[in-house]
Design a protein around this ligand. Structure first.
Ligand code: PAF
Length: 281
């Protein structure tokens, strides 16, 4: 596996692969790799002839400096896992290579960026949209793989790719969970033991909501109340939001007719977690 930091070198190498007829699968990450990332890498490995990972903790998508500081980092371990996963290239840019000094160019996805996660974390999606545009401009891929746990991010990136006429397919892969249902996240390591014990309630609440919908319950407010009540019984951590929305627009639905997305965010002491569940027709 090659490890490069210079964007120009990554462009040259991936351009050469593309011209040689290789199909490049690309997995953008912020490192701290876990089984969710390994699932993305395995799928991208299986569907393409070259596999590229980027590892970059993107400062502009953190709305709070302390969250950026405590974000887990272990580049040596990440590179080992990336190599074991069959990556041909790991791109590990430095902040200044991604953000040259001076007034920056930013990418803004209107609407989608200011609801749910965007409302709770101002500027977060401007950071995501800007960095993925740069990553996609450097890695000459036609297929990028991202996880469904960050559902709103996936919808927003698909919109960005469509709006900016990028020649790219976004492949969204299912959320990987611990045995007790907790969605894998790099942030889980920042849970206290007590919070870790309580955290599976998030998925249980989502499953409860989904079961209610399948049984014909349609009132979004009653669903929200029921899910929030279940979570409050297990933890005092405050919910940022608990939403019953359309999976494409992420707008609240007047009636929970499938397809509908149940989505939530909760603030534990040192880790803010998100999760979601799609209820299909
Ligand atoms: O999902 C992530 O890890 C990040 O938001 C991404 C897409 C790599 C952009 O920094």
């Amino acid at each position: 596996m090659q490890v490069l930091d210079e964007p120009r070198k990554v462009q040259e190498l991936t351009e050469a692969w593309r011209c040689a007829g290789e199909r490049i699968g690309f997995v953008p990450t912020m490192g701290a790799l876990h089984a969710g990332h390994l699932g993305l890498l395995a799928r991208a490995r299986a569907e393409n002839t070259r596999l590229v990972i980027s590892i970059f903790v993107n400062p502009t998508q953190f709305d709070r400096p302390d969250d950026f500081q405590i974000y887990p980092r272990d580049l040596a371990r990440d590179l080992r896992l990336a190599e074991e996963a069959g990556c041909d290239l790991a791109w590990t840019p430095t902040p200044v290579q991604i953000y040259p000094p001076g007034p920056p160019t930013v990418v803004e996805v209107a609407g989608l960026a200011s609801i749910l996660e965007g409302a709770a974390r101002p500027g977060h999606f401007r950071g995501v949209a800007t960095v993925v545009t740069k990553l996609f401009n450097v890695v000459k891929t036609r297929r990028a793989y991202i996880g469904a746990k960050d559902w709103q991010q996936a919808v927003l990136i698909r919109r960005l790719v469509a709006d900016l006429l990028m020649d790219l397919e976004i492949v969204v892969c299912p959320t990987v969970r611990e045995e007790d249902g907790l969605a894998l996240s790099s942030r889980n390591v920042n849970l206290t033991p007590e919070e870790r014990r309580a955290a599976p309630v998030l998925f249980r609440a989502l499953q409860w909501g989904a079961a209610q919908i399948r049984e014909g319950r349609r009132d979004p407010e009653a669903l929200r109340r029921g899910m929030a009540g279940g979570i409050a019984a297990a933890t005092a951590a405050p919910l940022d939001y608990l939403a019953v929305v359309h999976p494409d627009t992420l707008e609240p639905v007047p009636s929970a007719d499938p397809p509908v997305l149940l989505a939530l965010a909760i603030r534990f002491s040192r880790a803010r977690l998100i999760d979601n569940l799609l209820v299909e027709p």
